[in-house]
Design a protein around this ligand. Structure first.
Ligand SMILES: Cc1cc2nc3c(=O)[nH]c(=O)nc-3n(C[C@H](O)[C@H](O)[C@H](O)COP(=O)(O)O)c2cc1C
Length: 158
């Protein structure tokens, strides 16, 4: 079961579409669940909310995770961090995970590898493939997506 997590304050964003595209191209079918973290709203500001608990259970049941964020100020969003902070250290139990970020320019292309990946690893994600960064205006057609998919399919062979 593949699951997409999107931490964009804008719902139904390009970041979400890109994450769904990546999951679909990787597995050959659409992700079973898409968690648009913004839908959890103020529940993320406390601990133990049932909606957040349900989202966490979906994430933990995945056998492939795509965790996506737009680039805000050279890093992933605070919204995504609120959700990731709900997980304990190691809680994901080594689920194969793809960190994905969209940005407006290539200036922050290392941001997913240097900022998002360490947080995911801390909560127990296994990230065996280089993190993916796509320019927002061309995420569907970027040649680096095809090159990345070739590597990712090999490494994450399912
Ligand atoms: C508050 C804010 C900060 C941003 N900071 C950056 C940045 O540091 N680097 C960058 O490449 N793009 C930056 N952007 C552009 C967004 O990353 C880009 O528009 C986003 O990936 C588009 O995805 P979306 O359509 O899914 O929102 C910023 C956008 C906003 C709103």
């Amino acid at each position: 079961m593949s699951v997409v997590v999107v931490g964009n304050p804008k719902p139904l964003s390009r970041t979400r579409a890109a994450a769904e595209l990546v999951a679909t191209k990787l597995t050959g079918s659409a992700p079973e669940h898409v968690i648009d973290v913004v839908d959890l709203g103020a529940a993320l500001l406390g601990w133990g909310d049932p909606k957040v608990a349900e989202a966490k259970e979906i994430v933990k049941a995945a056998d492939l995770l795509v965790v996506a964020s737009p680039t805000y100020k050279a890093t992933y969003t605070g919204l995504l961090k609120l959700f990731l902070d709900q997980f304990g250290a190691g809680e994901l139990g080594q689920i194969p995970t793809v960190p994905l970020m969209l940005g407006g320019s290539p200036a922050h292309s290392l941001a997913p590898e240097l900022t998002l990946r360490p947080v995911l690893v801390e909560i127990g994600a296994s990230c065996p493939v280089p993190s993916l960064y796509l320019i927002d205006s061309e995420y569907e057609t970027a040649p680096e997506l095809d090159r990345w998919l070739e590597i990712a399919r090999r490494v994450l062979a399912r």
